[in-house]
Design a protein around this ligand. Structure first.
Ligand code: NAP
Ligand code: ZN
Ligand code: ZN
Length: 346
């Protein structure tokens, strides 16, 4: 494989800059993908700033990848040259444990391989993500993308899409359910679209009054500005809350808005875990849950659902060199609603 142009962080305190990396020669089941677009997830920002204390540098972020197949290994059967495909957050797993057998590779009991800043199954080779011109991925972890949708608007589905689709399906969001979505960013805007598409009554809980009209356009019936309006009015109100906040916050205020047997699913991963008031759980047999992305089969199911129902992400396409500006806007909650890098600009 030739060397591949990319953008990398050399440390937690230096800005992303041009970098050259060596991808592996494609193995028999590998697909080489020429990357067209890569979404910018808040996890990229947590990772390049080493906010979770697990980053490996140099770090090439990016796990919302859409591109075209340019080469295939000799035993590849699922894809051919020219196919429009995607790669999300996982690029391999043990494939044999109980979770993998159920299609829940993200909960693999042995080892799963994140698209960047993780170890391959050999536990020594470090992975590099989609802020790059090409990626080499096993065909079993590649997703098929419909030609019907705009590829730049599809890219964020590979993480923000599946991360919200999966818990909404698992907790059966649908008609007759009141669903609250907390935080209107990349994950939040996909959660609003999916929950309303599944027939739930959706309320957006946001700190940004300026996003009110957008919340309604995306499918929310109600909007609560949590900075000005107390959530006390909504005590015992929601069946399900999807919490996407990326920073530390008072989760107890949101827990109190769940009704009897309600569940709040934590998706955001703030650098400092939020303190939990246990009495808030006990008083209404509430459940506090978490959920991580989704398995490969479910990701394909979500992509097919989106193609069928014409659901994509609202994106702001940027050049690779503007990434630091995008990160700083993201830190301020100023995302409408996903930055996507045009890899032609690299
Ligand atoms: P994002 O686009 O930056 O959106 C986060 C939103 O949270 C902001 O737009 C803002 O919405 C709200 N927010 C930010 N700071 C806040 C604060 N201090 N108090 C209250 N609200 C605040 O981020 P994202 O890409 O959607 O990711 C969200 C989180 O999910 C990140 O922590 C990310 O690492 C995590 N994540 C988890 C998974 C998983 O598998 N569980 C997958 C992907 C990402 P408003 O302006 O509406 O208040
Ligand atoms: Zn992500
Ligand atoms: Zn496994």
């Amino acid at each position: 494989m030739p060397q591949v142009k990319a953008y990398a962080a050399q440390s937690a305190t230096t800005p992303l800059a041009p970098f050259t990396l060596q991808r592996r020669e494609p193995n028999s089941h590998d697909v080489v993908i020429d990357i067209m677009f890569c979404g910018v997830c808040h996890s990229d920002l947590h990772m390049v700033r080493d906010e979770w204390g697990e980053s490996m540098f140099p770090l090439v972020p990016g796990h919302e990848i859409v591109g075209r197949v340019s080469r295939v290994g000799e035993l590849v059967t699922k894809y051919k040259i020219g196919d429009l495909v995607g790669v999300g957050v996982i690029v391999d797993s043990c494939r044999t444990c109980a979770s993998c057998k159920k299609g829940l590779e993200q909960y693999c009991e042995v080892h799963w391989v994140p698209t960047y800043s993780g170890y391959e199954m050999d536990r020594t080779t470090i992975t590099y993500g989609g802020y790059s011109k090409q990626i080499v991925t096993d065909e079993n972890f590649v997703l098929r993308i419909s030609e019907k949708l705009k590829p730049e608007e599809v890219a964020p589905l590979l993480c923000a899409g599946i991360t919200t689709y999966s818990p909404l399906r698992h907790w059966k969001a649908g008609k007759g359910m009141r669903v609250g979505i907390v935080g209107l960013g990349g994950l939040g805007h996909m959660a609003v679209k999916f929950a309303s598409s599944f027939g739930a009554e959706v309320t957006m809980l946001s700190t940004s009054d300026s996003k009110k009209m957008d919340a309604k356009r995306l499918g929310a019936t109600h909007f609560i500005n949590t900075r000005n309006e107390s959530t006390k009015k909504y005590r015992n109100h929601f069946d399900l809350i999807i919490n996407t906040i990326s920073a530390q916050h008072d989760i107890n205020a949101y827990l109190a808005t769940l009704k009897l047997d309600g569940t709040m699913v934590m998706l955001g991963i703030p650098p400092d875990d939020s303190a939990l008031g246990i009495s808030g759980l006990i008083s209404k047999r509430r459940t506090l849950a978490g959920s991580m992305i989704g398995g490969i089969n479910e990701t394909q199911e979500m992509l097919n659902y989106c193609a069928q129902h014409n659901i994509t992400s609202d994106v702001e396409v940027i050049n690779m060199s503007h990434i630091e500006n995008a990160y700083s806007r993201m830190t301020q909650g100023d995302v409408r609603y996903r930055f996507v890098i045009d890899m032609n600009s690299l």
